[in-house]
Design a protein around this ligand. Sequence first.
Ligand code: UDP
Ligand code: MN
Length: 560
Amino acid sequence: MSSNPDLLSVTLTLKIHFIHRPHDRRSHQLHTQTRSHQLEDLLKGILRKHLRPPDSEYNFNVSVSDAIPLSRHIDDTRPKGCDARIYKVPIGVSVSVIVIFYNEAFTTLMRTAHSVLERSPKSMLKELILVDDFSSNKDLGHDLDIYVKALDPRVHILRNSERQGLVRSRLHGANMATGDVLVWLDAHTECNVGWLEPLVYELYKNNFTIVQPHVDVISSDTIQFFAYPGDVYRGGFGWDLRYAWYKLPKYLSQVLTSKLDPFPTPILVGCAIAARKDYFVSTGQFDEGLNIWGGEHFDLSFRTWLCGGRILTVPCSRVGHMFKQFAYDFNGDRSTIIRKNLMRVADIWLDEYKWIFESVSLIFGQEPQVSVEEIHSRVKRKHLRKTLNCKPFRWFLENVMPEIRIPTKLDDFFGEITNHKTAQCWGPLLDGYIAITNECFMHRILPENHFSLDKISQLVHDGQCVYMDESNLLLRKTKCLCIHERKGRGWKFNVVGKTGGQLIYKDTRGMFWCAKHVTNITPLHFGKQMVQMGRCNHQDPYQIWTFTYKLTEIKHNNYM
Ligand code: UDP
Ligand code: MN
């Protein structure tokens, strides 16, 4: 055997390799340690040198972030079994990660960078592009260049010469990126172990896919990284185009074979998005007409679904995001800018459902004026919608988000009915009686808690009407009665104060009652938090309710 020269050479190489490995490893470790000490010293110097704004100006605990390492251990939050999965992707696929930032805290921004560099396969990650959207904080200037240079040659910084907002900053990064796959991350995220491979895998399994990881939470108070426990939620929207989470509907959870399987998601969360560059470019990228913040993830999501693509959330890929209140200036009035962006998205995508967005959002006050340039620019995007041969918005509602409840022109009020005093809302029980639940809107929409009060005095839930059970004064939903069967029964909303009002019910004898949040003492559902009718008293806060939306008639004076 040993006379075979080929085998001999293999054995020799192996031997040499074996002999050298421990030494190599030690020198590699030493090198890494020296490098990380250098980086630590560099960071200490930068933090000492700059008197950064106080934590309150960032709206999170920057002091804690500054005190913990940039390269830190976080729990593996993937569901069991993910680490055993094998993700085969075409050889040579390269990834560009783009992180845009405007006046972000140095340490959270760099912790994002460290996590990308340390938890992405070396063979896949081609570059990490940081796009500075014209930040004014001094620590993000020259010292950031120095830190990044010492960190890794794959990191590049692009600097906008004026504030562009998040869409044009992400596009700037995308235009400069040379990878096959683009991943956009917010500047206060952290990638967990094995985050990239399952995303890239899905992008090559189906050419017309955009994916996002499962988004974990980085606490803005403790900077801890954790997975939110409980049910699986997916991104959707409320009719004022607020981003909202919806429970993964049964029709989907029943067909998924495993908790590890990617699932279709109506709306991207926005803080972590991955797409193949070729597909992203062919489908119209981001809408450049959206300013500073807001609307872009709705636009990209509607466009993807309606124009032949799909969006998946990949549970085996985990990226943490710090959810916090806005800290930065908007370079103009914040609510007007967001509103204009959402009006644009609604105008381009919502078709015959646009009136709902317009009428529910008027409660925020005056509509911003739409300029002629804006109208022209929207026409271009509408034209793109035609060119891409996109489906009508109705298709999205019917096929992508069938769980959403849709108000009709007959409705005056719509959504959850929440008590002013207890902040809890109406939730029907299986027998049709109306109880109180604390699972109310907290960035989550539970369609099963949606009611509407209509122009013909009906309080409707899921096609049934709510009437008073005269034996115990509780409320119950049953088949809607036609007008002559109602014998005068009906509902009215009587506004009290700025946002709330009484829900007044007229019974068959013409008596008036008001809905109240009570601890029930009647035998049926004894002891439960219920809605019960009582004598009206507008000073009783347990009788004051708000609907999520009031539908106001719109006067078309500033639209096309
Ligand atoms: N951002 C930016 N320019 C802006 C506004 C935001 O570059 O004018 C960046 C910001 O630093 C962050 C990302 O865009 O990395 C998303 O913004 P943010 O985190 O405020 O959005 P949220 O997560 O609250 O939706
Ligand atoms: Mn963010």
